[in-house]
Design a protein around this ligand. Structure first.
Ligand SMILES: [Zn+2]
Length: 104
């Protein structure tokens, strides 16, 4: 009985986390540009306003301003500080390491 209930909540929680991860990837993708050297995806650099880093050749370049942090904080409930700090940390990590597979 308890096991069933805890599994039930666990699966809801996992679904929620997957949804959030998907959202983060969508934000990352929509704020990304194409690398002019190799045509692969270049993610915005978290701590910058307008810098990008290619996920393939690691080239860094400046371009138009991105809204990565603002969009992430809006998406993930800025009123709940613990919650959004956690998300911010995670998104920053993904962004810095450019590890998409970690989420899927
Ligand atoms: Zn590149």
């Amino acid at each position: 009985m308890f096991k069933t209930i805890s599994n039930f909540f666990k699966s809801i929680n996992e679904d929620k986390i997957n949804d959030e991860n998907q959202k983060m990837l969508q934000i990352l993708d929509s704020e990304s540009l194409t690398c002019t050297s190799c045509n692969n995806i270049a993610y915005p650099v978290w701590s910058s306003k307008n810098k990008y880093r290619c996920t393939e050749c690691d080239r860094r370049f400046s371009n138009i301003n991105h809204n990565l942090i603002e969009r992430a904080l809006n998406e993930f409930d800025i009123n709940n500080m613990n919650y959004s700090k956690e998300k911010e940390k995670k998104l920053k990590l993904i962004c810095e390491r450019s590890i998409k597979s970690e989420l899927i």
